[in-house]
Design a protein around this ligand. Sequence first.
Ligand SMILES: *Cc1c(COP(=O)(O)O)cnc(C)c1O
Length: 415
Amino acid sequence: MSEPLDPKKYRPESLMMSYGYRPELSEGSIKPPIFLTSTFVFKTAEEGKRFFEVAYGKSPKKADETLGLIYSRINNPDLEILEDRLAVWDQAEESAVFESGLAAISTVLLEFLKPGDAVLHSAPVYGGTHHFIHHVLRSLNITPIEFFANQTIEEVEKLIADHPEGSKIKLIYLETPANPTNDLIDLEAFAALAKRLGVVSVVDNTYLGPMWQQPLKHGIDLVVYSATKYLGGHSDLIAGSVSGSRELVTRVRVLRTFLGNMASPHTGWMLMRSLETLKARTDRQAATAGKLADFLVGHPKVEKVYYLGLLEKGDPHYEVFRRQCTSPGAMISFDIIRGEKAAFRFLNALKLVHLAVSLGSTESLASHPASMTHCDIPDDEKARMGISDKLVRLSVGVEDAGDLINDLKQALEAV
Ligand SMILES: *Cc1c(COP(=O)(O)O)cnc(C)c1O
């Protein structure tokens, strides 16, 4: 039997083709099969009893024990291998995968928040997350306390002290860089705040991670992803994940068992295939984004470009960027001259770039946040977050950089 590779000795991209999988258990097949099965056969009744004890959290898993396979709502080989591989990217003890990013996010929030609690969260957050916190959690008597991504930690501490429910905070939820403005939140400062308050800290790392930002390294407890985006990377699946310590991820996984929102074996297999090229794809996407940002900055029809690679010394976000991000990533937003009409003319004139929401895929996408993803945020809040009618968001894909620049150029001419 082959010896498992030591994940500490290799870069994640070197492990994605083999880590966590033993071909000899699957007829020597070099790739894991898709285990399309609902249930698994126990060797003995005693074995079945032990598997349930561990799966239901009645008894902790021993150090050398692997979770036995029971039933595909609890686990499945495709999900187990995928979870081992996802954990490698964030150097996490464990990961758990879900059938969507929002399933991962909502399960984490439901596990760590109870009626009467409050949740501190940054704004803007993903629209679905905002709705879940402000409608679903509120209906369970959980109070949202919101701060803007461009506020300082001192301002946030004052906000908590002044808030009538401030002492009830049980979880801090962050999304950085903020979508679509790329405002950065200082993860170390908020991880320290969470420790002082004795609460769980969670970061939605969909925008930069896990290639370019690893919140666990900065003291954050749990990192969540919409794996639909860079991790999946081909606009052909919906999935989510959570990574962190064994203790916390186990709690989330137990709730997943009872909500039944785990990923399917097929989705798991698709994601494993995507992870093999994650580094190669996203290196190129980031390099191309840099070229597109340079082009946009000089263009007379572009007023302002929001791209992490343009941060300059003296900007309060610059030091945060240097400390916690290893690349500016591949998301660019920019203000086009005049407003919605001009932005729509630009979007309608694009030929190579597709007009669609979502991000992180092989094809480049463009959208208009104010009227699309962020349409139900009140106008005054949108203004405070810097989301105006002029703002256009680009997710840079793997196309040729010259072809993309030509497409932006001809579409800007139509403005
Ligand atoms: C897309 C997205 C989500 C939601 O993920 P789904 O996979 O669509 O459920 C959450 N957070 C961010 C930042 C996203 O971009």
